[in-house]
Design a binder for this molecule. Structure first.
Ligand code: FCB
Length: 445
């Protein structure tokens, strides 16, 4: 048995979402195109040819969707701002109608006693900025700071909880090395440039929020997973060490004042050409909390190729693990505990929030009901591991489910369903799944 109250009365329970995955209305009220609008319309990039054109139509349905959140007794709504709604061209003229939408959304949260938590960047860069080189162009530091300045000045009197980035490792690696996410680039130098600019922006944005938002609670989020070597061989252990540096250390350690983790992965010396005078001082920022987003673990073995990393994932299918989600990810609840402990070992991490965790399984509505027992079991087991770390003294103050409702899952399209709420994409009908009801009643009580 597990209950919400085990986590204490001040523990925050919420859901996380992202603009492109839910909003739709991609070209209304003056919004400019983002790299995800462009990428999803390219042939063969997204499964089934899906796009975020309509998504959950959240742009028009946010009031009713916040009612669902309320019905599930969840207090926090984490959402991201679409940069190209505010600046259709990335910089220059502010689009008042874009600001108005987020004002209305924030007001609708506050009216329901739901806390709005803003992510400033959840992957949908304005296309005009990508046309100038995007994250690989150093000018992005100015573009991003200008955007952050505008958002914090506009919303800072109403919103106290801010996150700079969603998962830098994912948009840098999948977008700039593997090319499977927008902007679809495959280039190690561009990845290195983007990574450094993201890390400078991370610190600079933190300082802008601190200056513009009174009593702000400032964080940023990291994708993270326990990395296990496939064997005890020295080569596998070294490969796991490199992978850990890339996946778990690269973006947080500069923020903590530790510099880049070249001691874990020598190839990070290739960041050097992009590091200009005084940059290193701009990397650290005292975040109030660190958002951890965990889904699975990775088992790694040494590989003769590809170069640079010399490491390959041993797939869950090959390892014949007992449970795999619709994303092909291993269900590994102990990994949640292990990764929390790993991040807690950083002296400067004072507070951890699980800003995303969840699972995609096949959901079938039967007579208006979605009995997603497998997802309930997933939450129960992952939450037990959060609780274990908390009871050992880690300062974990909240847990946000990925996600409120089924939505556009990037390159995978609409097929994986992560929501606490089921969406019929034909009719946009919403059904609270049994897992949503489980959260509503405070678990197995
Ligand atoms: C995370 C992303 C989020 C969603 C989940 C499943 O990496 O932050 O947008 O796609 O994975």
């Amino acid at each position: 048995m597990l209950s919400k109250s085990d986590f204490g009365k001040d523990f925050l329970w919420g859901v996380a979402t992202a603009s492109y995955q839910i909003e739709g209305s991609i070209d209304v009220d003056g919004k400019g195109p983002s790299i995800w609008d462009t990428f999803s319309h390219k042939k063969g990039k997204i499964k089934n040819g899906d796009t975020g054109d309509i998504a959950c139509d959240f742009y028009n349905r946010y009031e009713a969707d916040l009612d669902l959140l309320k019905a599930m007794n969840l207090k926090v709504f984490r959402f991201s701002i679409s940069w190209s709604r505010i600046f259709p061209e990335g910089t220059g003229n502010v689009n008042q109608k874009g600001l108005d939408f987020y004002h209305k959304l924030i007001d609708a949260c506050l009216a329901r006693d739901i806390q709005p938590w803003i992510t400033l960047y959840h992957w949908d860069l304005p296309q005009t900025l990508q046309d100038k080189g995007g994250w690989a162009n150093r000018e992005i530091i100015d573009w991003f700071c200008n955007y952050v300045e505008t958002c914090t000045k506009a919303f800072g009197d109403k919103v106290k909880n801010w996150m700079v980035f969603n998962e830098p490792a994912v948009f840098c690696i999948l977008g700039h090395v593997l090319g499977i996410h927008a902007p679809g680039i495959k280039s190690i130098p561009k990845f290195m440039a983007a990574t450094h600019h993201v890390c400078v922006c991370q610190g600079e944005a933190g300082r802008i929020i601190r200056q513009n938002v009174p009593n702000a609670n400032i964080g940023t989020t990291y994708s993270c997973m326990h990395v296990e070597a496939a064997s005890k061989s020295l080569n596998d252990l070294k490969a796991a060490r490199r992978m850990n540096a890339l996946l778990n250390r690269l973006y947080i350690e500069p923020a903590l004042g530790m510099g880049y983790p070249t001691n874990g992965w020598e190839a990070l010396s290739r960041l050097e050409p992009f590091i200009k005078d005084n940059d290193l001082e701009k990397l650290p920022f005292d975040f109030d909390f660190i958002g951890l987003q965990n889904y699975t673990q990775m088992v790694v073995k040494a590989a003769p190729a590809p170069p640079l990393m010399w490491a390959l994932e041993e797939s869950p299918q090959k390892r014949k693990v007992s449970e795999i989600t619709e994303m092909g990810w291993e269900v590994y609840p102990e990994g949640m505990y292990k990764i929390i402990k790993q991040f807690d070992r950083y002296e400067k991490v004072n507070q951890i929030i699980i800003t995303e965790n969840g699972a995609a399984f096949k959901d079938t509505p039967i007579n208006g009901r979605v009995q997603d027992l497998q997802r309930i079991r997933f939450f129960r087991n992952y939450l037990r591991n959060v609780l274990k770390a908390k009871r050992e003294g880690v300062n974990i103050t909240g847990y946000f489910v990925w996600t409120l409702m089924d939505n556009f899952e990037w390159a995978e399209g609409y097929h994986p369903r992560f929501g606490l709420v089921y969406i019929d994409y034909e009719t946009q009908e919403r059904i609270i799944k049994d897992s949503g009801k489980w959260f509503a009643r405070g678990f197995d009580i």
